[in-house]
Ligand binder design. Sequence first.
Ligand code: CU
Length: 143
Amino acid sequence: MYKQFSIGILSVSLIFSAIAGFAHTPPDEARVFFVELKDGDTVKSPVKIRFGIEGFGITPAGTTDKIRHQAGHYHLLVNQDTLPDLDNPIPRDAYHIHFDQGETEAHLSLPPGRHTLQLLLGDEDHEPHDPPLISQKITIWVE
Ligand SMILES: [Cu+2]
């Protein structure tokens, strides 16, 4: 009797996570990208960086409306060799910048030299979507 009850609870939680996973799944054609700024560009600091998205939306972090199933907020990864753990909330530090208000551009002060930039969309809990929406990683040179 007890065993059956446990299995019942497990099935319900599996169904819920399947629905949640599906709801947060961006369509295949969705993508995030840098607008204007291109790989190899030489720029001055502060660097104006505009973020672009197609096939999915932007909404502030913490959104509880249904829009959260079809939208997220940007994270800018600065000088990262590897992506953060895609199964957990994206770290929050000077190299993993969250745009919690749904901002679509940044003015980033960077020291002279080579830097890499990459965008990663996160959901209302700052977790990457499944599959994740990740931009091309670009290298820029700051004068
Ligand atoms: Cu975030």
